[in-house]
Design a protein around this ligand. Structure first.
Ligand code: SF4
Length: 389
């Protein structure tokens, strides 16, 4: 039994272990608009109860394999057009060079990111694939994952809406996969909305991929993008969508809550990032809706205040790279790992390094991959300190 006694009857029931219904979550959100203090307390309580005081991150190297993209999201600065200086089309040689750098800096995760099926739109992408010996980006990803795994890095691929067959192949080498749901509201795909020109962001298509991953027993990271024109109720609906998928398959290893940041070269450049109180309230609501979930905010997108999010229920910082930029948010450098760990410890938490698969999902991973990780793991299934020096 907890000593935490609150004025809100709804929140008291959560402390006692009752799940919130969607309507109750709406009510809790509305109450928190007036005063979020009790919600934050419960989120903190539930994180401590389910995750203890450990806060994790994954030490990664970011492979920006190809950033041409078939789709266009109104907030995206990652996507390049042919001829732009930011274009990335990595050769196998580039991959080998970055592997060497990743090993030198003691990274454990190889994050592969690509645009959505660039070969469907761009001759440049088809030529690049052909030069490297492939016909699709997914084929190249399968090969690149084999390359990094052979070198001792653990792949985590985030390449948009992969087919079930492609995911099945990637499961052989990838510790986990990633696919942001962004939001489950179809309204955000309507005319004038951020996903109007991004059919891959249609929530039905994304949900199908998340379900396919569940059928394949692939640990998957998903998440929501907050502040792109959604209503708070659409965000709460989205959280229940994620919760329902996870209830069915048990494979969602992590939920990222990403605060939108306007980029000067995008259609949404004049929109504001969400107010921090709104963002924190959504983070805390995520914890009360999914008390046992791993919940992450990217610390580089809240550079001044990221430590404060430890008080609203998060238990992870995601992938942090000591060598490569965040190509999705290039104007936001990651904090140094030393500073992150220090801030975490100062707030009374124990910072630890994880693999791209969370310990509780290691049983989903094939035995070869698992044994490779276990050689470097401690009793908690996290990376042993000696591999980080
Ligand atoms: S967010 Fe992803 S799908 Fe949308 S334009 Fe950028 S790379 Fe393409």
């Amino acid at each position: 039994m907890s000593n935490l006694v609150l004025n809100s009857e709804l929140l008291n029931r959560l402390v006692d272990g009752t799940e919130s219904s969607k309507d109750e979550a709406y009510q809790i959100y509305q109450d928190a608009e007036k005063d979020p203090t009790e919600l934050y307390k419960v989120a903190q309580f539930l994180r401590n109860k389910n995750k203890g005081r450990i806060v994790t991150y994954s030490r990664k190297v970011f492979f920006n394999l190809i950033n041409l993209c078939r789709d266009t999201c109104s907030y995206c600065t990652y996507k390049s057009e042919p001829g732009q200086t930011k274009i990335s089309m990595m050769s196998k040689h580039d991959i080998q060079n970055l592997i060497a750098l990743g090993k030198k800096y003691k990274c454990t995760e190889a994050l592969f990111v690509t645009g959505e099926r660039p070969e469907q739109k761009y001759q440049e992408a088809r030529t690049w694939l052909k030069q490297n010996g492939f016909v699709s980006t997914a084929e190249y990803l399968i090969h690149a994952s084999e390359m990094v795994l052979a070198a001792g890095l653990f792949p985590h691929t985030n390449a948009g809406n992969l087919t079930k067959a492609e995911m099945k192949e990637l499961k052989n080498t990838n510790a986990s996969l990633g696919l942001m749901l962004e939001n489950s509201s179809e309204r955000l795909s309507e005319k004038g909305m951020p996903h109007e020109f991004a059919p891959s962001k249609n929530p039905k298509a994304r949900i199908k991929v998340l379900e396919n991953a569940g059928e394949l027993r692939i640990p998957i990271t998903t998440g929501l993008l907050i502040g792109i024109g959604e209503s708070p109720f659409e965000l709460i609906d989205s959280l229940y969508t994620v919760k329902d998928i996870h209830k069915k398959f048990g494979h969602i290893q992590e939920v990222i809550l990403q605060n939108f940041q306007p980029k000067p070269d995008t259609a949404m450049k004049k929109m504001h990032s969400p107010h921090e109180k709104y963002f924190k309230t959504l983070v805390a609501l995520t914890r009360i809706i999914m008390p046992e979930m791993n919940i992450q905010i990217p610390p580089n997108l809240s550079p001044i205040s990221y430590s404060d999010f430890l008080a609203v229920g998060i238990n992870d910082w995601g992938g942090i790279s000591p060598i490569t930029p965040d190509y999705v948010n290039p104007e936001f450098p990651w904090p140094s790992i030393e500073a992150l760990n220090k801030n975490c410890a100062n707030a009374g938490f124990e910072p630890r390094t994880r693999f791209p698969v969370y310990p509780e999902f290691l049983s989903f991973v094939n035995s070869d991959l698992k044994s490779k990780m276990m050689e470097m793991a401690d009793f908690d299934g996290l990376v042993r300190g000696e591999h980080l020096k």
